[in-house]
Design a protein around this ligand. Structure first.
Ligand SMILES: CC(=O)SCCNC(=O)CCNC(=O)[C@H](O)C(C)(C)COP(=O)(O)OP(=O)(O)OC[C@H]1O[C@@H](n2cnc3c(N)ncnc32)[C@H](O)[C@@H]1OP(=O)(O)O
Ligand SMILES: CC(C)C(=O)C(=O)O
Length: 658
C-alpha cells in the first residue's frame, strides 16, 4: 500500500487565522493591480533548460509590448547568462522604455547583493528584490536560524542594500525601489512576518511616492485560498504606514488554487500581483497572469495588458519555455474556444445567429451560451470555435458550411448532411477539419461536378398550348398563368438525351422532363438565397458578384427515401436546375436499396426501352412501377406531402420566381 490509510498524522491540517470580522468576503475587485511578470526569473529558474540571452531578450520585448511595467528580468548572481542579460538590457539604448521597472532578485547574502546591484548600473528604474524565509520549517531546516537571527539578517541586508542603491549617488541607477519577500509567508507566523517587515521598512525608510514593496508569497500553497486571503487582510490591517507600502502577492499553484488565491487576496487588500504567463514556475507553477488579466476583462475591467493576439504570445511562451500551453488552459488553450458536442455547438451557433440578427456592434453586451469571452477580442477566430467529431450534431456541421461556403442550409439538409459527416467521423475515428467537411459537402452535393447528369443545352419557353387559362377576347393574357416548356439536352453517364417537359415553372418543367425519362422525383422542400460568389472548391471569394444557392429535397414517387440537391449559380434558374439534377444524380447513385420508379410514357419523346437510355433503364431494372399519375406536377405533389403553408410558399417560389 502506498497511500496511508490514515494520513492525519503525517499531514496536519493547516491552522487558519481567526479573523471573525474579516472584510474581504464582501469586497469585489474593482481595479487593476500592479502586475509584475516574473517569467524571466521564477519561471526561468524552473525550466529544464533555462532561457539563453537571446530567448530572454525576445521574451522581454514581448512583455513590454503586452504592457507590463514591472518585469523581474533575472537573478544576476546566479551566473553569467542572467548577469550579462541584465547588462545588455541596461546598456542597449531604447531596449527598456522609460516607464518600465527592471526587477532583480538576490538572497540575503552581501556579496550576491553587491553583484546584483552592479548588474543594474545604467538603468533608469530598478527594483532590488531580496528574500529571506520566515517560516519555522525553513528557519530550522534550511538556515539553522531562529526568529531573532532571521530578523537581524533581513535588517542588515536591507541596510546594506540601501547603502549601495538609493543612498549611493554613484549607483548608476536613476530611481531605486526596494522589494522584500518574507519567503514562505503562507507558512509563517503572521505576527513574526509583521515584525520582520516593520523592521525592514524602518531600515529602508520608504515614502508615499516611492513605496516599499512587501511581497507576501505563497511560496508553497498550503491552504484553501480563503486562508491566504485572511493572511493578506491581517497583514494589510496591522502593518504600520500602510500608505508607504505596496502589498504584493506571489501565489504558487501547489493545490491548484493560485488564481483563486490571487483574486481573494486582492479583495483582502493587496495592490500588486507577481506571476507568469500561463503559469510557468516552480513545481505546479506561479499564478497565471493571462487568466488573472482576462478574468478582469470579462468583468468589464481592462487589465492594461493587451492580449489582442494571444496566439502569438503562446508561440513565444511555448518556444521559450519548451513547455506546451495546456489545451485546456483558461483563455489560451487550443480547445477552450472549441465545442465538439452537438448541444454546445447548437447553442453557440444560435448565439452567433442571434447576435448577428440583432445587428450588434463589437462592444455590445456579450451574451453567448458557453462562451464567457468573445474569442475575437483575443485574436481567435470563430472558425476555431466549432469543431466536428463523432459527438457533434447538425448545428456544428451547418456552422462550418456557413463559414466556409456561406451556405445557409435548410434544417432538413443539415440533418441529412450531418449523417454523412457522422458516418465519416465514425469511420475515421477522429475529428474532421473544417476543410474536410467543406470538401465532403462539395462532393456529396456535386458542387464541383455532377457525376451522372450534365445539362448540355436548354431553353425555357412558354407553352401556350397547355396554358390553363386561354386568352379571352378583349383581355390580356396573365403571363403568370402560362406554363413553361423545358426543352434541352441532358447528358447522362456520358450520353446525350433530348428531353422535354412542361410545368408551372422552369424547375417543375425539368422535373417533368426527368419524369418523362422515368426519373420520377417529387419536390418536398425548396429554399434559395443569395451568396457572395465563391469558388465552390476553394471557397475563395470571386469578386463582388452574387450567386444564388438553391436547395431542393426530393422524394421518389411512392418511396420513402429522400435526397437533397444543391445548386449554385449566378443565374437563379440554372441554380435550381442544377440542384434538381444533383438530387437526381444522388438518387440514382443511392438507388440499389430503394429503387427509383421507372415509368416510360407512351407519348414520350423517347422510347426508353429502345433508346440510348437503355443502360439507365437497366440500372433501374426491377424497380416497381408507380401507380401515381405521371402528369401530376411538382407543386401538386408538394401539396399532398407538405403542410399547406409550406406548399403555398414553394408554389409562389416555383411559379413566380423561376
Ligand atoms: C522561492 C525562490 O524561488 S527563491 C529563488 C531561488 N532561485 C535560485 O536559487 C536560482 C539562482 N540560484 C543560484 O544560482 C544559486 O543557488 C546561488 C548563486 C543563489 C547560491 O549558490 P550556492 O552558494 O552554491 O548555494 P546553494 O544554491 O547550494 O544553496 C543555497 C544557499 O543559500 C542559502 N540561502 C537560501 N536562501 C537564502 C536567502 N534568502 N538568503 C540567504 N541565504 C539563502 C541556503 O541556506 C544555502 O546556504 P548554505 O550553502 O550555507 O547551506
Ligand atoms: C523569491 C520569492 C518571492 C519566491 O519566488 C517565492 O517565495 O516563491
Amino acid at each position: 500500500m502506498v497511500m496511508l490509510k490514515d494520513p492525519s498524522k503525517k499531514y496536519r491540517k493547516f491552522k487558519p487565522l481567526n479573523i471573525p470580522d474579516r472584510q474581504w468576503p464582501s469586497k469585489t475587485i474593482d481595479k487593476v493591480p500592479r502586475w509584475l511578470a516574473t517569467d524571466l526569473r521564477d519561471g526561468n529558474q524552473s525550466l529544464v533548460d533555462p532561457m539563453d540571452g537571446e530567448q530572454k531578450w525576445r521574451y522581454f520585448q514581448m512583455l513590454v509590448k503586452l504592457g507590463y511595467k514591472e518585469i523581474e528580468v533575472s537573478f544576476p548572481s546566479s551566473g553569467d547568462t542572467d548577469y550579462n542579460f541584465t547588462r545588455k538590457l541596461v546598456t542597449t539604448p531604447g531596449a527598456v522604455p522609460d516607464d518600465v521597472w527592471l526587477q532583480v532578485l538576490s538572497p540575503c547574502r552581501k556579496e550576491l547583493i553587491r553583484r546584483t546591484v552592479d548588474s543594474l548600473k545604467g538603468a533608469k528604474k530598478a527594483i532590488l528584490h531580496l528574500y529571506l524565509a520566515t517560516s519555522p520549517c525553513f528557519q530550522r531546516i534550511v538556515f539553522g536560524m531562529n526568529n531573532e537571527q532571521s530578523l537581524a539578517l533581513a535588517v542588515e541586508c536591507t541596510r546594506y542594500a540601501r547603502s549601495i542603491t538609493k543612498d549611493d549617488p554613484n549607483s548608476g541607477v536613476e530611481e531605486w525601489a526596494y522589494e522584500f519577500s518574507p519567503e514562505t509567508f503562507s507558512d509563517s507566523d503572521p505576527d513574526f512576518v509583521l515584525k520582520v517587515c516593520e523592521a525592514v521598512k524602518e531600515a529602508w525608510e520608504p515614502s508615499v511616492e516611492n513605496k516599499i514593496i512587501f511581497n507576501l508569497p505563497a511560496t508553497v500553497e498550503m491552504s484553501t485560498p480563503n486562508v491566504y486571503a485572511d493572511q493578506i487582510e491581517y497583514f494589510c490591517r496591522n502593518i504600520s504606514e500602510r500608505e508607504k507600502i505596496a502589498v504584493s502577492l506571489h501565489p504558487h499553484n501547489d493545490r491548484g488554487c493560485a488564481v483563486a488565491a490571487a483574486e481573494l487576496a486582492q479583495m483582502a487588500g493587496a495592490d500588486r500581483v507577481e506571476g507568469t504567463l500561463f503559469g510557468n514556475g516552480e513545481r505546479t507553477g506561479n499564478v497565471d497572469l493571462v487568466t488573472l488579466a482576462l478574468n478582469l476583462y470579462t468583468q468589464g475591467i481592462h487589465p492594461q495588458i493587451d492580449f489582442s493576439d494571444l496566439n502569438s504570445v503562446i508561440e513565444v511562451v511555448e518556444k521559450s519555455n519548451k513547455i506546451p500551453v495546456h489545451p485546456r488552459a483558461p483563455y489560451g488553450g487550443q480547445l477552450v474556444v472549441c465545442a465538439f458536442s452537438g448541444s454546445h455547438q447548437d447553442a453557440i451557433k444560435k448565439g452567433f445567429v442571434a447576435r448577428d440578427a440583432g445587428g450588434n456592434a463589437k462592444e455590445d453586451p456579450w451574451e453567448m451560451p458557453y462562451l464567457p469571452l468573445d474569442p475575437e477580442d483575443i485574436g481567435r477566430t470563430y472558425e476555431a470555435i466549432i469543431r466536428v467529431n463523432s459527438q457533434s450534431g447538425k448545428g456544428g456541421v451547418a456552422w462550418i458550411i456557413k463559414r466556409t461556403l456561406e451556405l445557409d442550409l435548410p434544417r432538413g439538409l443539415q440533418v441529412a448532411f450531418s449523417k454523412i459527416v457522422q458516418r465519416e467521423t465514425d469511420m475515421l475515428g477522429r475529428e474532421l477539419q473544417a476543410n474536410e467537411i467543406k470538401d465532403l459537402f462539395v462532393d456529396a452535393y456535386h458542387l464541383n461536378r455532377n457525376p451522372r447528369f450534365s445539362l448540355v443545352d436548354y431553353s425555357i419557353t412558354t407553352d401556350r398550348s397547355v396554358s390553363p387559362a386561354p386568352p379571352v377576347a378583349g383581355k390580356t393574357v396573365d403571363s403568370r398563368n402560362l406554363r413553361r416548356l423545358f426543352t434541352g439536352v441532358i447528358e447522362i453517364d456520358g450520353k446525350e438525351h433530348h428531353v422535354t417537359g412542361v410545368g408551372n415553372g422552369a424547375l417543375s418543367a425539368l422535373a417533368n422532363a426527368l419524369k418523362n425519362m422515368g426519373i420520377d422525383l417529387d419536390i418536398a422542400d425548396y429554399k434559395e438565397h443569395a451568396i457572395e460568389k465563391r469558388d465552390p472548391v476553394t471557397g475563395e471569394k470571386k469578386g463582388r458578384d452574387t450567386q444564388a444557392a438553391t436547395y431542393i429535397e426530393c422524394t421518389a414517387a411512392g418511396q420513402a427515401q429522400k435526397v437533397w440537391g444543391v445548386g449554385i449559380h449566378e443565374d437563379v434558374v440554372l441554380s435550381s436546375l442544377f440542384a434538381l439534377l444533383g438530387a437526381a444524380s444522388s438518387f440514382l447513385s443511392s438507388r440499389p436499396s430503394t429503387p427509383v420508379p421507372f415509368r416510360p410514357k407512351r407519348n414520350d419523346t423517347h422510347d426508353v426501352t429502345s433508346s440510348p437510355l437503355s443502360p439507365l433503364r437497366q440500372e433501374l431494372n426491377g424497380a416497381p412501377k408507380s401507380t401515381g399519375d405521371a402528369s401530376g406536377d411538382i407543386v401538386a405533389n408538394l401539396e399532398e406531402k407538405a403542410s399547406k403553408s409550406e406548399a403555398r410558399e414553394v408554389r409562389e417560389q416555383v411559379n413566380g420566381r423561376i
